[in-house]
Write a protein that binds this ligand. Structure first.
Ligand code: IPE
Ligand code: MG
Length: 222
């Protein structure tokens, strides 16, 4: 969800106002996904690298997350959405961590859209953690190294049980993956839009889905 800072800057507003406005894009896109029958939506809300930002911005973002969870959990639960989170969740400030755990618990049985929040998320760290875990099991004799395959790795990632994404939407025209789901995106279709995240709304999401529907996925075949 890139471009919040630039959106604010263009209007002479503080960066946090861009993040604030971006929350409205989240609401619209979640609804548009539900209407379109999308089963999984993952939002890259905060990366491990984002901790390097100025303290005030980090604090502001965590404040927004706290507010989002406080104000929106019941609505999310009522809409049948199952909330999940990926990343180093223990890094989050205590109030966020607590609200998030409650939200995950409250929505765990829901069978509508699965909304996955990537928080304090870094893909390389996720892969490194998976490797450590698999290595420990190999040392303990629970797993044979020659039996390790794609599925073994996938089963040790935070996204265990979640299908690989079909479509990656990249806002603000950036042409990079920024340490997001590197393993899972191997065959994902990429859609890049110049729109800044706060300007990316339901109609934009529908356009991205329409574009996706014109793609011919070959997975290395012909
Ligand atoms: C949102 O956009 C990303 C996060 C929520 C951390 P940015 O804050 O990266 O916006 P730009 O790239 O400065 O425009
Ligand atoms: Mg950015």
């Amino acid at each position: 969800m890139d471009g919040n800072g630039r959106w604010a800057q263009q209007r002479g507003l503080p960066r946090l106002m861009g993040h604030h406005e971006g929350a409205n894009s989240i609401r619209e896109c979640v609804e548009a996904c539900q209407q379109a029958g999308v089963q999984y939506l993952t939002l890259y809300a905060f990366s491990l690298e984002n901790w390097k930002r100025p303290r005030t911005e980090v604090k502001g973002l965590m404040g927004l997350l706290e507010r989002f969870l406080r104000e929106r959990t019941d609505e999310i639960a009522q809409k049948g959405i199952c909330l999940r989170a990926i990343g180093r969740l223990q890094d989050l400030p205590e109030p966020c961590h607590k609200l998030l755990s409650e939200a995950l618990r409250k929505t765990a049985e829901n069978r509508g859209l699965t909304l996955i929040l990537a928080l304090s998320y870094g893909s390389r760290t996720e892969i490194v953690d998976a490797i450590k875990n698999i290595a420990e099991q190999a040392i303990d004799g629970k797993i044979q190294p020659d039996q390790i395959n794609d599925q073994t790795v996938a089963d040790h990632l935070y996204t265990k049980g979640v299908p690989d994404p079909d479509l990656l939407i990249r806002t603000s025209g950036e042409m990079r993956l920024s340490n997001f789901l590197l393993w899972q995106l191997s065959y994902t279709e990429i859609y890049v839009t110049q729109k800044l995240w706060p300007d990316f709304r339901a109609a934009d999401l529908q356009r991205a889905l329409q574009d996706y529907n014109t793609r011919h996925r070959r997975y290395g075949g012909i």
